[in-house]
Ligand binder design. Structure first.
Ligand SMILES: NC(=O)c1ccc[n+]([C@@H]2O[C@H](COP(=O)([O-])OP(=O)(O)OC[C@H]3O[C@@H](n4cnc5c(N)ncnc54)[C@H](OP(=O)(O)O)[C@@H]3O)[C@@H](O)[C@H]2O)c1
Length: 209
């Protein structure tokens, strides 16, 4: 069975995750970021695309005050092994899923998996994550990786933090192109809850299948 997949979005009101120049720190406030760490702690793995690694060099660790936790497996979707050996995720418990011949990237485990159009498929990434013993994964962006998992029908839940700012059409979308032919093909979700966190709004959705 594949791992359960949660997509976490931290966006502006108009669903942007960064400015056109790629600036994204910090769109949401401290309270939302704390919930983000709790979400990480509640999942066995945390996954991002390589563009997020290149733009933000995230640690992808759980940092909660006064609470030691098991750190989730960190996973990077990286077709051509562009993750720098100096990246924070290149050290420690990290899995890089790739379409390229495996090569050393820091101390990360690099695994070549099934690919389509030169990119590891979401289903193959999930299978590799499952083989590592993880039964849940939190996708933390960016928009291209989010779109790939949504297109494949592999997102079970969305945890959406929206900050009361607008970044406009030139900002980077939280979900890249879905290539929908019809409205009826759109991934559809049912809202579970809506809750203010600091100045932001936290919406939770389950997939409707
Ligand atoms: N607001 C937030 O909380 C937040 C969170 C995350 C990211 N961000 C921002 O989002 C931006 C990055 O997002 P992004 O959409 O440009 O990139 P992304 O989703 O982080 O990474 C996309 C890259 O991943 C690789 N990839 C490998 N397999 C893939 C697959 N099956 N599907 C999709 N991509 C795959 C591709 O590069 P290769 O084919 O070359 O490997 C692709 O270009 C940055 O500006 C970052 O700061 C913001």
């Amino acid at each position: 069975m594949r791992p359960r997949v949660t997509l976490k979005l931290a966006t502006s009101l108009d669903g942007r995750i960064a400015t056109a120049s790629g600036e994204s720190k910090w769109i949401t406030g401290e309270a939302a970021r704390l919930e983000g760490h709790r979400l990480r702690a509640a999942h066995d793995a945390v996954l991002v695309g390589v563009e997020t690694v290149l733009a933000d060099d995230p640690e992808l660790t759980v940092r909660l005050p006064g609470r030691p936790v098991d750190q989730p497996l960190r996973v990077v979707m990286d077709s051509r092994l562009r993750t720098p050996a100096t990246a924070k995720v290149a050290h420690g418990d990290t899995l890089i899923v790739t379409a390229a011949a495996p090569a050393a990237v820091g101390t990360a485990v690099v695994e070549r998996v099934d690919s389509e159009e030169g990119r590891p498929t979401p289903a193959a990434a999930l299978a590799a994550i499952r083989r590592k013993g993880a039964v849940s994964v939190l996708i933390e962006g960016g928009g291209q990786v989010a779109a790939s998992f949504l297109r494949a029908g592999l997102v079970d839940r969305i945890e959406w933090f929206r900050a009361p700012i607008l970044l406009g059409g030139e900002g980077r979308p939280c979900v890249a192109a879905l290539d929908l032919a019809n409205l009826a093909d759109a991934p559809t979700f049912r809202r579970l809850s809506t809750e203010p966190v600091g100045d932001d709004l936290w919406e939770r959705y389950d997939a409707v299948r």
